[in-house]
Design a protein around this ligand. Structure first.
Ligand code: 6PG
Length: 255
């Protein structure tokens, strides 16, 4: 596991939310000081909800320069934005509506679109326009937040899916037959790896096997392929999810 220097072990889900929210606020402040804005990719699923809620509460809510923050999504389920399974809805309820983000600073994927391929291409254009990237270029997000699915998926990049081998496009449509909402939109690995910083948030005993498989077993899982080429990678993992990792290799969160 030496090749994974960015592991941060925390006690439990609340400690994970606290460490993650603080890391996000620090990244926001640093990005704005450096280049005047903070581009932040949100993760879906359930794990980040508490992190988002902490970010939306004092003291962190007052630290983050929200008016200079632009929010994007790492993936979306193909459902309307008010659907209970929508990643946008979760982020909106836990964070965006609470901090009064300007709507033009929230760049969501159109999960409700009739044609997911078109929605993916549309989001790719949104990114290219926002970042001014040339065709074939990659946007450079300041921070990407990710979770890890029980089957090893990250964003909506599922093990074995052709989307996980995409080398050119920034956003693709995915059909993951086993997922509860099979049709999805996702950023691709080259796009995630172009970010300045990637943070995985993993909590719970049910994730212990997939964490071990992703970090130590040499399996080619999407999570193992996400390693920023010119950026930093941090895995914030709670004790239960890290239970199968060797303890001497895992650093602790600063107190
Ligand atoms: C999604 C995701 C996905 C998620 C993992 C972990 O839309 O499903 O973005 O990659 O992060 O499935 O989800 P949990 O945090 O709910 O375990």
């Amino acid at each position: 596991m030496d090749q994974w220097p960015g592991l941060m072990l925390v006690d439990d889900a609340p400690a994970l939310a606290e460490a993650a929210a603080r890391a996000i606020a620090d990244a926001a402040v640093a990005a704005v000081a450096d280049h005047g804005r903070f581009t932040f990719v949100l993760a879906g699923g359930g794990t980040p909800r508490e992190t988002y809620m902490r970010l939306a509460s004092p003291p962190l809510v007052d630290r983050v320069p929200w008016d200079k923050t632009h929010v994007f999504f790492g993936d979306e389920r193909c459902v309307p934005p008010d659907h209970v399974e929508s990643n946008y809805r979760m982020a909106s309820e836990a964070l965006l509506s609470k901090v009064g983000m300007a709507p033009e600073h929230v760049h969501r994927m159109r999960g409700e679109a009739d044609d997911p391929e078109k929605a993916a291409a549309e989001y790719a254009r949104t990114l290219a326009t926002f970042f001014g990237t040339p065709r074939g270029g990659q946007p450079r997000f300041d921070l990407v937040l990710l979770g890890l699915g029980l089957d090893g998926h990250a964003a909506s990049l599922f093990p074995g899916s052709p989307a996980s081998r995409e080398i050119f496009r920034t956003v693709v449509a995915v059909h993951a037959a086993a997922a509860q909402i099979p049709q999805r939109l996702t950023l691709t690995i080259p796009t995630l790896n172009a970010a300045a910083r990637v943070i995985f948030l993993i909590s719970g005993a049910e994730k212990a096997k997939v964490v071990k498989a992703t970090l130590t077993d040499g399996a080619i899982l999407p999570g193992s392929m996400i390693r920023p080429t010119d950026g930093t990678l941090t895995w914030i993992i709670d004790r239960a999810a890290a239970a199968l990792l060797s303890p001497d290799r895992v650093g602790r969160a600063p107190r």
